[in-house]
Ligand binder design. Sequence first.
Ligand code: CA
Length: 222
Amino acid sequence: MKILLIEDDRKVGRFIEKGLSEVSYSVVWVRTAAAAKDALCETAFDALILDLGLPDGDGLELLKNWRQSGFNEPVIILSARDAVQDRIKGLNLGADDYLPKPFSFEELLARVRSLMRRKSDQKVTTFKHGDIKMDLLARTVLVEGNPIELTNREFALLEYFIQNIGRVLTRTQIAEKIWEAHFDMETNLIEVYVRRLRKKLEMNEDKESAIKTIRGVGYKMA
Ligand code: CA
């Protein structure tokens, strides 16, 4: 289980990092909003622990931006602001839980565990991004309300993109995920698939593609 901890207070941060590592969570600890943005764009986390007062920004703003750009990782807000208004605001912006400071580690751990349980209970099976709607169980994709036909590989590729909105996926990652290839696959094949997928997703030609090419690296759905 991988947790992103966003906390600028060294003492509190160290305390949480140590505690979670001891119970075998893998913790990435960052101290600024900017570092949190980078970390989240790089990899997926199972949960985020977010302090609200950060040196370079407000945790609530950060949360709002993440939710707007499609990141759906569970978030526990950690904050000295225990006013009811802040709590409601945080939950409205998409936080899953709220823990006022000071707190005991046991309490934090209990909440992290409960979040993980909830997460594994309700696996997300439908996605919406722009005018694309994807249902993993029914195995259907709608673009602007119209069903489109995808091959199994194209479907898997779109699923990988839509589950990682805003993240750059490298050619190697895509090859491993979609082709289970651990060798340096002919990257041309990925390009061919991405091109086909784009074509099917773009009903009209002058529409900007949802899948962006990141030159020399890979692709990103944004
Ligand atoms: Ca703080």
